[in-house]
Design a protein around this ligand. Structure first.
Ligand code: DC
Length: 230
């Protein structure tokens, strides 16, 4: 039997709209492990840049903000997640398409990625970590105990994002969203540093035709097979 590490790590990478966030959160909650939503950190860098009035192409200023920003994740009495940036509640702002687009832009800059590396690794604490992102299994936690790469067709991902935004009261057109998703995919996959791609040892899960519960069950099964849980 494989020895259980004191602080095991499961990485869940994939493109936007593949369901990583939902699945990672559900898995972490189920097994009682910590959660790293690394996309939130890139979104926060974009918001910190806006708040500081940084020029949108100023890589060095954004890298400095990434290193210095004061971030805290918490929850409200109803159990909803809350995020603070330099003491300001940015829970709503962080999920906007503008923050997502800004995140994708700053995420292509080496200085910003380097500034966030140790901050991300610090999330690895007992009893374990589920890390959600684009390069969790390839760059941030290359020695992770289990690596998942979650995909879904671009059409399905656009539909999911559309529903998510609509539920929050945002009225974004589906064709516009599909275009944005395609642009963001291309930028995330073709950037020089830490491009979005599965680690060679990642398990691929296509969630296009799967309910959330079925994907969570598959991840838990893979964790159990590696004696990471149960
Ligand atoms: O997962 P998300 O939509 O919150 O991520 C926002 C952007 O951040 C995404 O377009 C790419 C970038 N990102 C990244 O480059 N590396 C990560 N580990 C997570 C997100």
């Amino acid at each position: 039997m494989a020895r259980r590490s004191a602080s095991p790590i499961v990485t869940i990478d994939g493109p936007s709209g593949s369901g990583k966030g939902t699945i990672s959160r559900a898995v972490a909650r189920h097994v009682g492990w910590h959660l790293l939503d690394s996309g939130a950190l890139y979104r926060l860098v974009a918001l910190a840049g806006l708040a500081a009035g940084a020029a949108s192409e100023d890589q060095q200023r954004h890298a400095e903000l990434a290193a210095r920003m004061d971030v805290s994740f918490g929850s409200d009495p109803g159990g909803g997640e809350r995020v603070w940036l330099d003491g300001r509640d940015v829970t709503g702002e962080i999920r906007s398409e503008a923050a997502g687009q800004g995140a994708s832009r700053v995420a292509a800059w080496p200085g910003v990625r380097a500034a966030l590396l140790e901050r991300q690794r610090a999330f690895a604490r007992p009893p374990g970590l589920v890390a959600d992102g684009r390069d969790m299994g390839t760059v941030v936690f290359p020695g992770a105990d289990l690596k998942i790469f979650l995909t879904a067709t671009p059409e399905e991902r656009a539909l999911r994002r559309h529903k998510q935004l609509k539920d929050k009261g945002s009225d974004v057109s589906l064709p516009a969203l599909s275009r944005e998703i395609a642009e963001r995919d291309l930028r995330d996959q073709t950037r020089q540093i830490a491009p979005l791609r599965p680690a060679p040892d990642a398990c691929l899960i296509d969630s296009t035709r799967l309910e959330v519960g079925a994907v969570v069950a598959r991840v838990l099964e893979l964790m159990a097979a590696r004696r990471l849980w149960r």
